[in-house]
Design a protein around this ligand. Sequence first.
Ligand SMILES: [Zn+2]
Length: 119
Amino acid sequence: MGKKSNRAGKKTAKKVPAEKNELAMIGGILEGSPDAIGVVVIRLDCGCRKMAAVDEKGDPASKIIMYRDNAESICDQCKKDTGDYMRVTESFIHWEEPAPSAEKQAAIRLKVLGDEINN
Ligand SMILES: [Zn+2]
């Protein structure tokens, strides 16, 4: 099995590992979302994070959660624009083990992040 190139976009090829503090958050979201097979992680240029669980169809499996490390609340900018996609620096999906097939991952990623990646 060779690796197929991913036609979905440039950013999808890069594998972004979740940071330690993000993993703690991801674990909590997965725990509270029985249907979730992964968590979408969106990093914003201000340092805040946006996360939401997805189910196997790529539909939301939790509320969108926004937070900022070591802060009581998200920044003023995010309060205003709720983390506008224009300010996204990185976005990826952290899959719960066992992760779905590469094809399924690509399909869900496209459904969930497609617009942002193409921007
Ligand atoms: Zn922010």
